[in-house]
Design a protein around this ligand. Structure first.
Ligand code: NAP
Ligand code: ZN
Length: 350
């Protein structure tokens, strides 16, 4: 067993506190990672504040992890000490079900083991509850470790491990590319990376944000149009316009307004995971044979593909580096949509 410093919350309304946690001894296929940077995803906030229910405390969030390999188990073949690596939302899966065999471990029928707040054998994580990347070290089996290409700085790569793959996967699945009109709802952590990736794939990208306050940024990121959803005229003007709409909003939206912006056979994909149910008027699906779908992060192989794609296209998130004692304030700013565009914790401050 080794120990690591970590930042944890102990209750839904608790503040972050520094604690010491244990990490397991290295098994043959394990990699010990010195974490250098970890992004703050809105899912961390939903979990820390128990907005989805089921949070086990103390909770150490963090699934946008970038760092370097500190040690490897005896049978590890993919990584060596010193390699630049990342870890995303999953740290294990059954490996034998149909989704796992299809490289879609995020849909493992046995349930993938998430980087934090998953119940596991205490041999996997002392205490029996996975603890995430707001910590100085983590131990992960080599198949769930990603290689960070040389062209990406570690602090920029970190948010790609969740925000990047969560957008890349549906954009690929629904064939975003030349000739496709794609709209992204919400230009926060996920949304702004989505604008960059969709534009790099060659799609015509529109941002649907609450106001026009970030319009200039959206255009710089690659959007050709930018509309405010607090303006009713937006919904009249854009009726039946899009092939694909990706909803990254962390709060409940009136989905019918957005479904009506899809053309024939268009799809609205839900990525945002608000705590309360969403409702839909069936006529808005029947008309134009529209689809309503969802998507959860992406598989490990596709996450590597996404990192390589971002390095090749020079794409990365816009980040604001913070120290570990600034997490609480950063959470409040994310919830207030006051983030430009992803907070990343400098783990050396732990
Ligand atoms: P974020 O940085 O807070 O971005 C969310 C954006 O949604 C905000 O920047 C804002 O964009 C918009 N928004 C927020 N509140 C709104 C409201 N009341 N009405 C309308 N728009 C609002 O969060 P994130 O880290 O990108 O995560 C977004 C959501 O995706 C979260 O629910 C998270 O849990 C979920 N998520 C899902 C997956 C998955 O695999 N499906 C993976 C990661 C995260 P504007 O300022 O542009 O309006
Ligand atoms: Zn996330």
């Amino acid at each position: 067993m080794s120990t690591a410093a970590a930042y944890a919350v102990s209750a839904p309304d608790g503040a972050f506190e520094k604690i010491t946690i244990e990490r397991r001894d290295l098994g043959p296929h394990d990699v010990l990672i010195d974490i250098k940077y970890v992004g703050i995803c809105h899912s961390d906030i939903h979990t820390a504040r128990n907005e989805w229910g089921g949070t086990r405390y103390p909770c150490v969030p963090g699934h946008e992890i970038a760092g370097s390999v500190a040690a490897v188990g005896s049978a590890v073949t993919k990584y060596r000490v010193g390699d630049r690596v990342g870890v995303g939302c999953m740290v294990d899966s059954c490996g034998v079900c149909a989704p796992c065999l299809a490289d879609e471990e995020q849909y493992c029928t046995a349930g993938s083991t998430m980087t934090y707040n998953s119940q596991v054998d205490p041999a996997v994580q002392p205490g029996g509850n996975t603890l995430g990347g707001y910590s100085t070290q983590v131990v992960v089996t080599e198949n769930f470790v990603l290689r960070i290409p040389d062209g990406l700085e570690l602090e920029v790569a970190a948010p790609l491990l969740c925000a990047g793959i969560t957008l890349y996967s549906p954009l690929r699945h629904w064939d975003a590319g030349p000739g496709k009109k794609v709209a992204i709802i919400g230009m926060g952590g996920l949304g702004h990376v989505g604008v960059k990736i969709a534009a790099a794939m060659g799609a015509e990208v529109t941002v649907l944000s609450q106001s026009l306050s970030k319009q200039e940024d959206g255009k710089l990121f690659g959007a050709s149009s930018y509309y405010a959803t607090n303006d009713k005229q937006t919904f009249r003007e854009l009726r039946s316009r899009f092939d694909l709409i990706i909803n990254t909003v962390s709060a409940n939206l009136p989905l019918d307004n957005y479904l009506r912006l899809l053309g024939l056979n268009g799809t609205l994909v839900i990525l945002g995971l608000p705590e309360n149910p969403l409702s839909v008027q069936p006529f808005n699906l029947a008309g134009y044979r529209r689809s309503l779908s969802g998507s959860m992060i992406g598989g490990i192989a596709q996450t590597q593909e996404m990192l390589d794609f971002c390095a090749e296209h020079g794409i990365g998130p816009e980040i604001e580096l913070i120290s570990a004692d600034e997490i609480d304030g950063a959470y409040d700013r994310v919830v207030a949509s006051d983030v430009r565009y992803r907070f990343v914790i400098d783990v050396s401050t732990m």
